[in-house]
Every structure is written in structure tokens, then in C-alpha cells.
Write a protein that binds this ligand. Sequence first.
Ligand code: PLP
Length: 803
Amino acid sequence: MIQEKERFKQLFLTALNHTTGKQVEEATDQDAYVALSTVLSNYIQEKHQDSVKQATSKQVYYFSMEFLIGGLLQTHLSYLTLEEDVTEVLQELGFSLDDIKACEHDPGLGNGGLGRLAACFLDSFASLNLSGNGVGLRYRYGLFNQRLENGRQFELPDHWLSEGYVWEFRKPSEAVEVSFGGQVESSVKNGKLQFELEHAEIVRAVPYDIPILGYQTDKVNTLRLWAAEPTSDQVLEKAKYEDFGSEMLTYQRKLEALTDFLYPDDSTDDGKILRLKQEYFLVSAGIQSILAKFEKRKLAWSNLPNFLSFHINDTHPAFLIPELMRILMDEKGLSWDDAWEITTQSVSYTNHTTLQEALETWPENWVKVFLPRIYMILVEMNERFCQQMWEKYPGEFDRIAQLALIADGQIKMAHVAIVGSHSINGVAKLHTEILKKKEMRLFYQAYPDRFNNKTNGISHRRWLMLANPYLTKLITEAIGDEWLQSPKQLIKLLDFQEDSIFLEKLQQVKLHNKQLLANYVQKEQGIVINPNAIFDVQVKRIHGYKRQLLNILHIIYLYRELKNDPNKSFPPRVFIFAGKAAPGYYFAKQIIQLIDTVAKIVNQDPIVKEKLQVVFLENFSNQLAEKIIPAADVSEQLSTATKEASGTGNMKMMMNGALTLGTMDGANIEIFDKVGKGNIYPFGLSAKEVLHFQQSNEYVARDIYHTDDRIRYAVDQLVKAEDFLENEGLFHDVYHALVTYNDEYFVLKDFADYAKQQARISNEYQERNKWTQKSLINIAYSGQFSSDDTIASYASDIWDLRE
Ligand SMILES: *Cc1c(COP(=O)(O)O)cnc(C)c1O
């Protein structure tokens, strides 16, 4: 048993020797990391096999182009209750577990919220003892590493596999083949019309399985990531005719390149053919391997929806629908109607955005060329669907044109996903309402029963238990440890609202976490930040709609206030930013540069630096989020109302005791409803007002610029080297976006209200007990946002999934 200390020690020493060839005296922390993870990984592999054998009931497969799973060492030690013993054994051998943990690379196989949600869901499936597995791609390079030079973002490749990845298991015997291009040939066999693809290019899909542990359960699910490789036949064939050199390698590289990169943008699809092929590769490989397993059970195909559910995380895996149809008809001989029934009963879809530019479409011509059989099926889906709608809405030509799956040479993937599945969910109440009433209104009218809400959630184990051990300990001392299994029990913390000793301890925990973050900032950037200041945090992708610009303009305004009146009563603040901009998103990159420029001026100014500091932390990732979030006092959630479907960063910070400064958007609204208006700082236009201004053209940003001199001052700094930015016109485009192009995201419109709430925060933070009470109330209600709850409702309402 690995749980016996002496046994563990032997396993560790053997693994160290096998993986590095070294004795313990010569081993580095990195060597020890590999050895320790290898021991755990082997043990988990055995548990995994047992668990897979026992799982005979229904299985859910969660298809996602992104899984941002974060580091696993800490999770595994904790879930297997090994941490104490392992720490001791390693100490005896001269290692520190913390140093070893620091060697772990975080696989950046996601852009942000969407990928992290998929990872939190996997954690909840296993911890709830449910059979839910992930299906994704094993990108050779994760999301780029961000480096800043003079405030400019540079993107470096993230070669996360360079040291190997101990938690995965390659399964070449379960490889499948995925076809691209070629021609569809038809023939009649046994009186039936048959379709076959000829002269296609074949790519071998090889699965790598990562076992997913549950917290204190025996359940071990699978995250299966697919990698592209040439088939060995192809390589041999090439080698026969051509010299065994460069051409073969070029060919091999071309096929492998399919899974080289994760596309570094989660909100627009800039129409790359490689991305289209990646999407199909994911679903074709995934579905083929799942169906192969299902067939071994020798059940009727009509039984499939009772045993399998396929969930698609946004539209990126929506080719799953025509691919499942293709396999059931062309390979298994089912009729269209039977295949359609099985497909729609087993597929469900989550919509993640209503941003127009983020609704995925593919040019018909590309799909026709690269996925010819899939294209035929999509055309037929479209014809049958339009026919049905014609019967339902006779003569309503416009309506049907808007509903069509294919229009103007584009395939609308959201329409494909809605028509081909039995459930469509939004990710927060407001978002789902907008889907029903606005963005997908016509579909909601046609299929009202398919639409439902599932507000996103976060794993309280990762974002509280593992990320914030000091708070975890304090909570457990107060209310016991049941909350780890049933996070809603956190509500019991409300009993401690008046307990001044407890509140004092809660303050100490926060201060301690802030000190840890301050140490990190000093190590990384050489900036000494004051842990007694308010830590005001905005960490997330950099995007126009997320409005980092509002935050930084307000900082510019504060800077002037403090310059003018250095003795002004103002509790010290540290503004902390982190986030990546998509490489082609010029505006977002400008915002990073602006934050960096302001930071340099503010941090060097002897008059204000005691009260105001600005930090931009490079290379935001899951790992960095785990460092920053436990230290946050204020959680900035500034999206223009209607734009952030849910947000999950907001939930993570609430759970760690930060107070939200946010718009009434996405899940901020649900946070507001839980904690009540005294325990949150809401501001800005409502969704309704934003929609009104967008339609009426009544908003004139220039008027606000001219009437509010705080705003005029801050905005002018973007272009004038007045008393502040000497910036050589660097930020002209930002200025024009606000003033000339009428401020698409209502930054100026919301400024006054934002500044007012910020002033309230400065005042209320000084009443330490009251502030800590508010923080406690936020933690107490955060159990509502555990992804355990979210997954439990997906399981009962959408998948009919039980233990
Ligand atoms: C939670 C998380 C996000 C999502 O943050 P939002 O504030 O909801 O946009 C993005 N990136 C990482 C690394 C995260 O952990």
C-alpha cells in the first residue's frame, strides 16, 4: 500500500532511480518531482483501471476544445490523503514538498473561463461519484507564454511537454483514423444507397488519458486528449518511394501539425482552416472511440441515449452532430430518422456567449472541401429543418431564412448545435434570458422546452481547499469539515458574524495570504507592495468588454487627486492586474501597455507611492490565479452589462472573501442576490439600459467627456503629455475609441458610478470589523457557486445521470 510510509519511501527511491538514474543525494527538486509524481501516477493508474471496470451505468462525455486543468500534484496528494506522510518522508530524504511542487508545469490547454469551467466540471463529476469524462485535444503547445517588454506583450511558445508529462498515459492500441478531404462516392448495396469517402487524407488520432480523481471517492474518470500522428502505413509508403529523408519528415510534420497549437482567442473565430480541422478531429476521434466501446456491449443502437450523453462546450465541438449521424448511417446502416432520434437524444449544448463576433460560422466551401460527407449531411439537416419550420410557420419566409443552418455561404454552428440537440443551456440567469428573448429568440419560439439555465460554478476544492489552506483551516475549525463534501454548509459561517475573535482570525488569514502574494511580486518584479493596503484585483483575459480601461482611467484620476492633495485621507491601495491579450487584438495590447505605463509612473512617484501602487503580473495562468485570488480584498468584475455570459473569476474571489465591485452582469447578479446590497459594490448601466442605448443612439460619449472634468483629465492623459503620461502618442487609438468612435463599451458612461463605489470601498474598508463581516458573508454564501451544484443540476435535468 502506497499509504504506508516505509513502502512509499521505497517506491519513491526506486522511481527516482528509474526515471533519473540518480541516487537521492544527487537528485534535484525537478528529479524529485518526477519521481514523486511517477509513484502517484502509477498508483492512480491502478485505481483508474478498477474504476473504469466498475462503471457500467450511463457515461457522460464532455467535449471541449479547452481543458485548463492546472497543476495536479497537490490535488492528487490531497485527494489521496497522502500529504502529511509524503511531506515527512521527503523531509527525511532532504526535500521540501513546497519546492517540489514549484517544479510542476501547468498545462495551458485553454484560454480562460471556458477551459477552466471544463476542468472544474471534471473535478465535480468524480467527486460526486458520477461517470463524466472529458474529451479534448493534446496541443503540443499550450496558450502562449506572455512576456512584457516596456509594456508590450510578446508571445513565446509554451512547450509544456518538454520535460514530459507524468499524469498522462498514451494508449496507441486505441488509436483511430480521421479522414479529411477526398470525394464521396455513392453506390447501391442490398437495395440501399451507400456513401463512402475515397482518396481522403487520413490522420491517425492517438489518445492520451489523464485519470481524474474525485475527492474521497473511489471514482476515477478519464480526460482523454487526442494527438494527431501519421499512420505508420503512410510513413512506410512515403519511405518506399522517396529517399528516407526530408520529404518524409515534412509529410510527417504536416500531419502532426494538426494538434500543434491551441488558438489563442476564445471570443472570435478568425476562420483558420487548421482550426476547422482541429474541431472535426476532436469529435471524430472522440466519437469513434466511444462508439467502439459501446458496441462491445452488444446493445441495440436505439439504447445509446440511455447509456451515453455527449455534451458540447460551446459550438466548437458541434461537428459532433453530423459526425454521429455519418457513423450511424454510413457505417452502422441506420436510417436517417433512426440516426437522428439517437443523435438528438444524446447530444446537449452549452452556449457561452452572445457576442456577435464570437458566434462561430464556417464558410460552406471549406467544409465542402475538407469534410465532404459532413457537408452533405449538414445540407440535408438544413433542408429537413427548413421544411419542418415551413410547416410550422407557413409563409414566414423571413423567419425561416433567419433560422436556417446555412445562409450566405456560411454554416452557423450555433444553429447546428441547437437543432441537433435536446438541451441548450445558458451559463447564468441573465445570459439565458438574453438567449431566449434576444439572440436565439426564434429558436426559443420553435423549441421552448429545449432551453434552460445552468449557472456556472467553480470547484470549491481547488479554489478554496487547495488554493487557500489557511482559510480552509479556519473554516473547518469553526464549522467542521462537512462543507468540503457539501459546500452549501459554508452558510453556517453566518453564525460567526458577531464573533470578534473569529473576525480577527479571518483578517489575519487574509493578511497572511497578501503577504505571500507580496513576496511573490517582489521576487518576480522587484516591487515591494504593502500587504496592509487594499488589494484590488482584476485578473482575466484582456478584452474591451471586460473594461480594464475603466479601472486604469480611474487610477489615473486617483493619481491626480493624490498629487493635488497628498494628505488626503485615502487608505493605501494596490491595484493588481494580470491577463493575456489575443496576439492579434491590437486594442487589448494597448490596454496592457497603458497599465504598464501608468504603473511605472505611479510606483516611482515619491508623493503617492505610499498610497497607490499598480502591478501587472506577467503570464496569467491557472497557477498564478491560485496565488492571487486568496489575497484579493476587492474583486473587479467590470464587464459592460450583457457582455459577460457568467464569469467564474467573480465566484472564485467571492469564495476567498473578496468583495465584488461589479456591474449587474452575468453571475454578478446572482452574487448580488445572495449577499444582499450591503455586501457588494454594484455600479453601472443595467442590461436593459445598455440594450436601450445600443438601439437608440442616444448615448454620446463626447458629451460626458466635456461635462465631467475627472473624465476629461484622465482621457486627455492618453494623448497629451500634461502632468502625467509622456507617451509619444502611444494611446491615440484608445482615446479615439472612447471619444471619436463613441465608446462602444460605455466606459465613460459608467465612470461616475464606478468612482462612487470605489470611494465607498475606501471608506468602508477602514471600518475593519464591518469589512471583515462583509467578507465573511461573501464566503458563507459562496457555496451556492460550487460546480458540484452545477454538475448535479446538469446531471438531473439534462443528462439523466446518476451514481
Ligand atoms: C477563472 C479563470 C478565468 C476566468 O476568469 P473571468 O474573470 O471569469 O473571465 C480565466 N483564466 C484563468 C486562469 C482562470 O482561473
